[in-house]
Ligand binder design. Structure first.
Ligand code: SF4
Length: 442
């Protein structure tokens, strides 16, 4: 009888795409994949170093697995495993810890699944993580996360990702296109490009520091892949989002008018202390450029509150900057110290209660911005990609410009694209729609 394996993934789209690829490898060894809530012989937890309380979350997930099967073999992989291998290996129940280079070789460690008293660690100096492994994940049958780049050469003072994932490196353009075609042949209609710093695409494509291709080359080539209706850029640094890329997206066949651009702070003083590679004026230009070519574009913003040295004035500068900017929603992160980062040693620490207060203010601003953006789209006609789940009698979906809509559940709509008119915002903050007569693809 086949052994059973279950996966749990924490963190970003990149982690989900890698879990998917590693799971396919393990299934290739004859394991049967089951849900994490089920009994399994092997539990694999793909960890994240950015998640708040990552350590507590990890321990809770390990206990869940132990409750399901106290004899099960538990493996921890991913970013947190790379940063804190001993810490994870000492957690009761953990048998194996694999860092950035070993996570893709999980199948090499599965011949003997008997429990260990202390987790066996196989990780490396992050400098050795200089090779690239491609991956993609097919989430809910409607969209796929396609990894195109890994690692980062930037030195933002609050960030541990370069320590967890290594230098910036990219998939070959040929391999990205092969994966995109594979995804399209599976009937998936939307691909979300993912990586750590995808605007740096092309660097290290052939194992060196040179850029063989640019992000614009990648975008142009992907736009021609047959059968892919939508391409979404998950997140891109403002200084790497070039005018040419914005112009190309505006007239492209498949790229959708949705940009998620990390800002982190609206104060130039704080941006400098974060060692970000732009000042806020560049961000304003990017937003203006996008809105001039795509007035209906959706713009999402990452912002950190409570960074060391952030005074009330600096925070209000960020607040007013975002309030005046034509953006659509915010992802708000409360600054938390991370070991081995420069920011963790900085003085003028902002008290936790002040960080929480600022975070609440920006989350309220995000609700206001999203509502204003949705209201600006009412009455317009868009194409919605319907998802696969019956959510309390409704089917959900997103327009190209990331407006969330819902309609009465109808299984025939799953994974189909339809022209709809956006009518009104309902109590749940989603948009009710009317179908235009033409069904785009049944
Ligand atoms: S760009 Fe900065 S914040 Fe983003 S992964 Fe690189 S170092 Fe971290």
């Amino acid at each position: 009888m086949n052994k059973k394996v279950a996966f749990h993934t924490l963190g970003c789209k990149l982690n989900f795409s890698e879990t998917s690829t590693i799971a396919r490898q393990v299934q290739g060894e004859g394991f049967e994949r089951v849900e994490f809530s089920e009994k399994a012989d092997l539990y694999v937890i793909n960890t994240c170093s950015v998640t708040e309380n990552a350590d507590k979350r990890f321990k809770t997930i390990v206990r869940q697995a132990q409750r399901k099967n106290p004899k099960a073999f538990i493996a921890a992989i991913g970013c947190y495993a790379q940063l804190k291998p001993e810490e994870l290996a000492s957690v009761d129940g953990v048998d194996l810890v694999l860092g950035a280079t070993e996570k893709f070789k999980l199948t090499d460690y599965l011949s003997n699944l008997s429990k260990n008293d202390f987790g066996k660690i196989h990780s490396c100096e992050i400098e050795e993580a200089d090779f690239y492994v491609g991956s993609y994940a097919i989430g809910d049958r409607t969209r796929a996360f396609l990894k195109v780049q890994d690692g980062c050469d930037y030195k933002c003072t609050f960030c541990t990702i370069p320590l967890a994932r290594g230098i910036s490196r990219s998939d070959t353009l040929g391999n990205v296109l092969k994966n995109a075609r594979e995804i399209s042949e599976k009937g998936i209609k939307e691909i979300v490009l993912t990586g750590v710093n995808i605007g740096d695409y092309g660097k290290g494509e052939f194992g060196n520091k040179r850029h063989e291709h640019t992000f614009l080359d990648l975008v142009r080539a992907l736009d021609d892949v047959p059968g892919i209706h939508r391409l979404r850029i998950s997140s891109i640094e403002p200084n790497l989002l070039k005018d040419e890329t914005i112009s190309f997206v505006a007239q492209s066949k498949a790229f959708v008018p949705h940009f998620h651009i990390p800002l982190q702070s609206g104060s130039n003083k704080i941006l400098k202390a974060m060692r970000r590679r732009y000042q806020r004026e560049l961000y304003t230009e990017r937003v203006a450029q996008i809105k001039s070519l795509m007035p209906h574009a959706c713009i999402g913003v990452d912002v950190i509150v409570g960074f060391p040295g952030e005074t009330d004035e600096d925070f209000l500068e960020t607040y007013h900057f975002l309030n005046e900017l034509e953006i659509s929603y915010l992802h708000v992160f409360t600054y938390s110290e991370r070991d081995n980062t420069l920011a963790a040693a900085m003085e003028e620490v902002v008290p936790q209660r002040v960080r929480q207060k600022r975070s609440r203010m920006l989350r309220a601003l995000s609700v206001k911005k999203r509502r204003a953006f949705y209201e600006s789209q009412l009455g317009s006609v868009s194409t919605v990609l319907f998802e696969g789940e019956n959510k309390a009698g409704y089917i959900h979906g997103f327009t190209e410009n990331y407006v969330k809509v819902r309609a009465p559940w109808n299984p025939e709509l799953v994974n189909t694209l339809h022209r709809v008119r956006l009518q009104e915002i309902d109590i749940e903050g989603m948009v009710r729609i009317a179908f235009e007569n033409a069904s785009v693809t049944a």
